[in-house]
Design a protein around this ligand. Sequence first.
Ligand SMILES: Nc1ncnc2c1ncn2[C@@H]1O[C@H](COP(=O)(O)OP(=O)(O)OP(=O)(O)O)[C@@H](O)[C@H]1O
Length: 704
Amino acid sequence: MRAIPASPAPVLEGDTLTAAARAIVAEEEALLATVQRALAARLAPARGEGDLVGRLRDLRDEALEATPKDLPTVFQEMGLLRAVMERVRPDQLPDPAAPYFAHLRVHEGGERRDYFLGRHTFVDRPAGVRVVDWRFAPVAGIFYRYREGEEFEEAFPGRVATGTVEARRVVVVERGVLTRIAAGPLTLVREGGRWRALAAEAAALGGGAGSAARAGALGTGAGAAGRAGPADITALLDPDQYEAVAAPADRPLLVLGSAGSGKTTVALHRLARIAFEDPRRFPPARLQVVVPELGLARLAARLLEPLGLERSPVRTLESWSRGAFQSVFGAPPPRLFPETPPLVARLKRHPALYELLRRRPHVARERPALARLRRELGDLFVDRGFLEAVVKAAAGTLPATAVDETLRHTRLQLSSSTEDLLAGVDPERLQTLDGKAVDEDTPEAAAGTLDVEDLPILLFLAALRAGAPARKAAHLVVDEAEDVTLFELHVLGRHLAGTSVTLAGDESQQTFASYAGWPQALAALGAPAAATVRLATTYRCPEPVAALAHAVLGPIAPPERPRAGRRGAPVSRFDFPTEAHAHLFLAGALRDLVEREPGASAAVVCSGPEVARSLHRLLADMPEARLSLDGAFTFRPGVDLTDVDGVKGLEFDYVVVPDATARAYPETDEARRRLHVAVTRAAHQLWIAAPGTPSPLLRGLPRG
Ligand SMILES: Nc1ncnc2c1ncn2[C@@H]1O[C@H](COP(=O)(O)OP(=O)(O)OP(=O)(O)O)[C@@H](O)[C@H]1O
């Protein structure tokens, strides 16, 4: 039963706001003032808390010197003081500088009520103030599920509420001042002390950036000084995203969607909601977020802070594996080889290897000692017949040369190091002229090492035999799951107490041959019956970027092109005769951008770290330009010079791909996915530079 939402009143008369728009501003400012007054009254005793702490300290000193007769009185006063201090805990109240991020007015049973959605609950009935935590189901349900003008029906505790949504507004309060109001298609912003209406398309992401880039210049205004802040993402969840966030805690959930469709957003909000609803079963220490890359781990930790989960552990897969290794085998992992040959790594991450190992008969009931498992693994990786069977089962997705590469690499790892062979010789004499160990930088450096890919395989082999780990997570989030191996998923599943898990991923973004299919991933995790939600709108990328991202995938693109949330600046392509020309041009454009838009984030996403380093040298004098490799992102405004391997899951206002050459991005599925990942990091504008021979994947993108 839904009424057609009323069409919005016009907001502009010439250059000034209409009376209707002015009324909305006046109403929201008055409501904010009411909430702030009520909060100030509640917080007033807390302001005196400093005195209370001082008084408590005095009483403690008094207690040290008090006579036994006086002690009970001192203790009683101390008890009273503590009770007062516990009652007034400002950290449990909304922050008056930004007390809420949305306003909902409902008309129910002849009564009109205003609710404000925020991060803490604060109710002052006489003042008519109801700020509710967004995780609190009934009111949030109305806000996220219905639009302005619609009739609602929601189950409240003990009753079913029906009524009409009279107002549904997303608001931004910065430092206590209202700066943005979004009501349906209307967005009003306060800039330079004046309110104005934003064009719908510029408002769509709350960034306020226009779509008209100055010809030849990078930047659309997203990071210009003095802009009103964007809306809080928690206020923007769409109905499908909210249904996923509100899914029952014990239901395993698979969140799929194209790049930038909100998978991470949904997974982390679901985690926050589950923890809020049952804090005993889901305390922060028993929540686990695992992602493949360090950059995304850092971002996820930052995103969890405002959700009240600053203490829940976010880890990279490698760090998680190391921890699990220590707890399962009672020892830290042995020395790891720093750079596993790519083909060997691919074989060790491949689903075909997982299937062959899973199907092997396992007789032992007890968990074998680590040394035995290592031997077993070593034997497998020097067994040509076994490796050939893996390549055959991989059905064309692993080249035959992976067999010899793995044999050679494993033999080196199993051999004794020169130091071992020369045991007993004076260690000083085993140093080379440059002070390094004898084997360093030689093929023999592999002796005695494992590969990082071996850790989950060993954990998997141990898990197959026996014994559940002692410490288990209550809820697990695995993000960018297309890059998580079946070994890792299997072991993660063994470290999960029940079925409370969220797996998020996108097969178009796999960058390491480990993706086997979602049913296989869920089965490995031990959650085959997960509910699946597909997010259909790509919110991050404007239309022109989403279109190019789809075209770049070519034959491996999903059949349906994802819907882009808004229009935006066209993608610019620049061809240059040489890399030097491209670098000089880009360095100039980036300097110019940083001057014009000091609040913007830009990333130069290179195909590999070497290109990032050489571009960084050109910008070395610019403090805003950072070399951000191996996940070392600071998330501050400025320019990150980085590579495609480190940016999965991240986003920047502006993205520059500086080396879209035929060599860096040939016509292969892997290159298609890598370029797709690089371009889909752009939230406002994308530039592509092609020095030398342009990548064939740019076909269809005209030169700018
Ligand atoms: N409903 C929404 N309305 C507006 N913005 C949204 C919405 N949902 C997500 N976003 C924003 O879109 C961007 C992408 O979200 P997110 O990182 O969660 O996507 P993702 O699917 O995990 O992306 P990727 O596949 O690249 O990792 C973020 O800036 C997020 O705040």
